[in-house]
Design a binder for this molecule. Structure first.
Ligand code: GRF
Length: 225
């Protein structure tokens, strides 16, 4: 990397988590490997003592816990969360296993600059227990989507999807593992596109490299099962 490039101002990113933080780890590894031109300014968890906070601390990233149980309402929590995030002046907010339903005021505030990862081929299987639901529905393929966050839960425009086959001996745990491997590929990729200025939300759609993407976003077929 040239000296000028290495000194360029990096996109500041705040990552929100609730648990293990394996997607956060994929971002940390991308930064450490020089592939991801971002600075993770802070990691915020709504649950104390989760593994993701340890991962962040090990990487020298500031961490904060904002426990939703200490707030009287969803609105009050989201207002404080916005205040906390904005203190870090991020250009992008990344939801990485952040298990909270967000208020419209929150999603509106970060519209076009907040991403989520959801373990299904959206618009299929919004909500929880996606792996079991995909198996029960007899799907031949399942996968993961990265999307812009809008007021509709798991409903914002899809940026990128990775598909994996559903195998005859799959249970939800096995399938989840196969999907998670792809999560750790496509989330850093989408964040990189955003950091490079290639990705934006335009009139409720995903625009990548100047082209509006179709409903399912950019498609990646996982060839290693
Ligand atoms: C992932 O499966 C992601 O798709 C979903 O929550 C999980 C988070 O896992 N939104 P981790 O905390 O990143 O390990």
């Amino acid at each position: 990397m040239s000296q000028a490039a290495s000194q360029a101002v990096k996109l500041r990113v705040v990552v929100l988590i609730s648990g293990s933080g394996s997607n956060l780890q994929a971002l940390i590894d991308g930064v450490a490997g020089g592939d991801l031109p971002i600075e993770i300014a802070a990691v915020i968890s709504n649950r104390p003592e989760v593994m993701g906070l340890t991962r962040a601390s090990k990487a020298g990233i500031p961490t904060l816990v904002l426990d939703h149980k200490n707030f009287a309402s969803r609105e009050a929590f989201d207002i404080e969360l916005m205040r906390t995030i904005d203190a870090y002046t991020p250009g992008l907010v990344v939801l990485a296993g952040f298990m909270r339903i967000l208020t419209p005021a929150f999603t509106e505030h970060y519209l076009g600059r907040m991403l989520n990862i959801h373990p299904s081929l959206l618009p299929k299987f919004q909500g929880l227990h996606t792996h079991q639901r995909a198996i029960d529905a007899g799907e031949t393929h399942h996968g993961v989507s990265v999307h812009f966050v809008t007021a509709e839960l798991d409903g914002g425009p899809v940026i990128v999807q990775a598909r994996v086959p559903v195998l005859s001996n799959d249970d939800a745990g096995l399938l989840a593992k196969r999907v998670q491997k792809q999560e750790h590929v496509i989330y850093p990729l989408a964040v990189k596109w955003f950091a490079e200025g290639k990705l934006k939300m335009t009139n409720g759609k995903t625009e990548l490299d100047g082209e509006l993407l179709a409903e399912n976003g950019y498609q990646i077929e996982a060839n290693d099962i």
